[in-house]
Write a protein that binds this ligand. Structure first.
Ligand code: HXC
Ligand code: NAP
Length: 271
């Protein structure tokens, strides 16, 4: 049980919540006493996540689905809301990423990331709104520095996450009167994640990335989870439409720093 935050009696739904940063978010809310629902494509990951989250004692549901499938998203949200007394915190974090120059991406490669990150976020919010406990519900979208820092080899992710942040802002404007807050959390380079395995796969790339963070270290999944615990609760009641970097200052220097370290090993692809 978290000593600082109390989510007893609340329900949290995390789309893409079975691994990495998103699982860390789910685990933090479970630790603060919330009921949980997590969803992602692979049944084995869903089962494992439900097993680990159940250790905290409250109800936990899992759904194997693809966020690109609106009907599946809608059905899971409706089922979770019916069984867990509505949804108080809705997290949209499913994402895909691979480093590739634009000219090495097929149209389907570009579309895959747009469909998972951007269309998937629309699906989760569009289907989720009806089930949010209003007023007071909070929506958190997982963005990335690529949303506002152009990075080579990331045209698909840059476009998708910029769109996610615009969904955040527009939904905040449309849903504010209903008492629903909508914000983006922007993780920097977070250690021990699929994202960093793909983008900084070598010791050299890891070192360059770490050295480019003003705070001098990779982020920890708990850094992101802690921000979400604050953002979804009453302490952040006046925060909506915000795009909040939790990145050790990594994005301050822009692409010259953020891109250089992470993509060093792919330099030949675009220089
Ligand atoms: C070029 C590639 C490619 C690559 C896949 N494709 N990898 N093209 N270079 N390295 C192409 C395929 O050839 C195919 O195009 C199209 O992309 C779709 O691939 P599929 O494998 O059929 O798609 P799917 O099974 O839907 O998988 C989606 C995926 C995959 C994004 C490609 O990597 C995935 O499931 N990722 C989820 C996990 C993940 O990426 N986590 C990290 C998130 S980190 P064709 O034309 O052949 O059909 C993140 C931000 C990190 O989001 C930010 C750090 C700062
Ligand atoms: P991750 O572990 O791969 O998390 C992605 C999750 O989404 C997984 O649970 C995955 O599970 C699920 N998912 C992927 N495609 C899906 C789909 N089509 N439908 C449903 N679920 C899907 O990666 P991560 O690195 O922790 O990233 C988590 C989030 O943080 C992402 O939104 C990412 O963009 C963001 N982010 C990460 C970093 C970083 O440093 N890692 C930095 C900035 C932003 P399945 O495979 O079972 O579907």
């Amino acid at each position: 049980m978290s000593r600082t935050f109390d989510y007893r009696g609340k329900t949290v739904f995390v789309a893409g919540g079975t691994s990495g940063i998103n699982f860390g978010i789910a685990e933090a809310f479970a630790g603060a006493g919330a009921r949980l629902a997590v969803a992602s494509r692979r049944q084995d990951k869903v089962d494992a996540a439900v097993g680990r989250l159940s250790g905290h004692g409250e109800a936990v549901l899992g759904y194997a689905l693809d966020v690109r499938d609106y009907a599946a998203v809608e059905a899971a949200l409706a089922d979770a809301a019916r069984r867990l007394s509505g949804i108080d915190v809705l997290v949209s974090g499913a994402a895909g990423n691979f480093p590739a120059p634009a000219l090495a991406m097929s149209a389907n490669a570009f579309k895959s990331v747009i469909d998972i990150d951007l269309l998937g976020t629309f699906h989760v919010l569009r289907a989720g709104f009806a089930h949010l406990n209003k007023p007071g519900a909070s929506v958190i979208n997982l963005s990335a520095p690529q949303a506002y820092i152009p990075m080579p080899l990331q045209m698909h992710v840059c476009a998708a996450k910029a769109g996610v942040d615009m969904i955040t802002r527009v939904a905040a404007m449309e849903w504010g009167r209903a008492g629903v807050r909508v914000n983006s959390i922007v993780p920097g380079p977070i250690d021990d994640t699929e994202g960093m395995k793909r983008l900084a796969p070598t010791p050299q790339a890891r070192k360059l990335t770490q050295d480019s963070v003003p705070l001098g270290r990779f982020g920890d999944k708990r850094d992101i989870a802690g921000a979400c615990l604050w953002l979804a609760g009453p302490e952040a009641a006046y925060v909506t439409g915000a795009v909040i970097p939790i990145d050790g200052g990594w994005s301050l220097a822009g692409v010259s720093v953020a891109g250089a370290g992470m993509f060093d090993q792919f330099a030949g692809a675009f220089r």
